[in-house]
Design a protein around this ligand. Structure first.
Ligand code: ADP
Ligand code: MN
Ligand code: MN
Ligand code: MN
Length: 367
């Protein structure tokens, strides 16, 4: 795995604090965030003359798509349209983080704008009040690309004491995890928890339940914040599904789903109907459940077979698990355990809605 070489931390926290406190003279900084052509994140800062009261106050902007693998060099302008706004936990004050969609000059969504179609699907099925809760697993690496805190070129003791662990030698980099959790809360992201994972230096946080397209917006901004926070600590975040081969757990993005009908009395029959539909679309789902997922979904380490859809109550070795409590109450939600940690939440939640409620007619092309 490629590291970044030497640590990129050249900051001096005390010096920086002096400048961060300077008066902004009524102006506001907006950090525009978008998804590039490699399923990664990019961002740039815009000075606004006054604080936006909603996302509609934020102007469209643009960037050089040839530098992000999103456009050819001879027609490189890509437009970024604000779709969600959050208080900025790093700059504080009235400064904001802005999640954006990418659009091409001809008025069509950029090839890597998967949010647009997902948002259409959510909108068309709004009456089902679809909730999503995603469990984001990730691994922290040192600047050399080896898991943070692991012996150089070597391995820690076997898995066992690390999951939800406490104490030196059991967890690594808790500072980053704490800082990220608080930063997400400040930003108004629906972060619902955090835990240390089975492999040392691997962690999880949960986002949700959020309704419809909000889940994707909240999760992408939480990922941006994780990279941003880790940058200050000189660590690298990887969302690779199997960062270390062998007897080390991979990283997933368990996707918990419910509709209004599933949450109501007798909801289990709606969950079972969804299982039947998911069974018929296993391949379509796997296609958007993350790159390199085959290295993780071996059937071992609490994963299921990559080739076959299965579901079961309280079974962590099946594609979908129905929590025991839900089965007991006869209603609730289900957990799709297939998505890899690097999956795109817009595509994952989008395909889920498409499978449950059908696809949409194609949009008319702009003139
Ligand atoms: P696990 O036992 O699989 O580790 P977690 O506690 O980590 O479960 O995550 C459970 C997730 O399920 C949370 O993100 C939570 O928001 C989500 N969730 C809970 N209830 C619902 C629901 N009714 N619909 C959708 N998601 C839900
Ligand atoms: Mn979990
Ligand atoms: Mn987990
Ligand atoms: Mn889970």
């Amino acid at each position: 795995m490629a590291g970044v070489g030497e640590s990129t931390v050249v900051s001096n926290a005390t010096n920086l604090a002096k400048y961060m406190k300077l008066d902004q003279k009524g102006k506001v900084l907006a950090e525009y965030i978008w998804i590039d052509g490699t399923n990664g994140l990019r961002n740039k800062t815009k000075t606004l003359s006054k604080a936006p009261s909603s996302v509609d106050d934020l102007p469209e902007w643009n960037f050089d798509g040839s530098s992000t693998l999103q456009a050819p060099g001879d027609n490189s302008d890509v437009y970024i349209r604000p779709v969600a706004m959050f208080p900025d936990p790093i700059r504080l004050g009235e400064n904001v983080l802005v999640m954006c969609e990418t659009w091409d000059p001809d008025g069509t969504p950029n090839k890597f704008n998967y949010r647009h179609e997902a948002a259409r699907l959510m909108e068309a099925n709004a009456k089902h009040d679809i909730w999503f809760g995603l469990e984001q697993e990730y691994t922290l690496l040192g600047p050399d690309g080896w898991p943070y805190g692991w012996p150089k070129g070597g391995f820690p003791g076997p898995q066992g004491p690390y999951y939800c662990g406490v104490g030196t030698g059991r967890v690594y980099c808790r500072d980053i995890v704490e800082a990220h959790h608080k930063a997400c809360m400040y930003a108004g992201i629906e972060i619902s928890g955090t835990n240390a994972e089975v492999m040392p230096a691997q962690w999880e946080y949960q986002v949700g339940p959020c309704e419809g397209i909000d889940l994707g917006d909240h999760l992408w901004v939480s990922r941006w914040l994780l990279h941003r926070v880790a940058e200050e600590f000189g660590a690298v975040v990887t969302f690779q599904p199997k960062p270390i081969p062998g007897d080390w757990n991979g990283a997933g993005l368990h996707t918990n789903v419910s509709t209004k009908e599933m949450r109501e009395e007798g909801g289990m029959k709606h969950i079972e109907a969804a299982m039947k539909k998911l069974d018929g679309r296993h391949k379509e789902h796997m296609k958007v459940y993350g790159e390199g997922n085959e290295a993780r979904m071996t059937g071992a380490h609490e994963t299921s077979s990559i080739d076959k859809f299965t579901w079961g109550i309280a079974n962590r070795g099946s594609s979908v698990r129905i929590p025991r409590q839900c089965a007991k109450e006869g209603k609730g939600y289900f957990e799709d355990r297939r998505p890899a940690s690097n999956g795109d939440p817009y595509q994952i939640t989008g395909v889920m809605v498409e499978t449950m409620f059908g696809s949409l007619p194609e949009e008319p092309k702009p003139e």
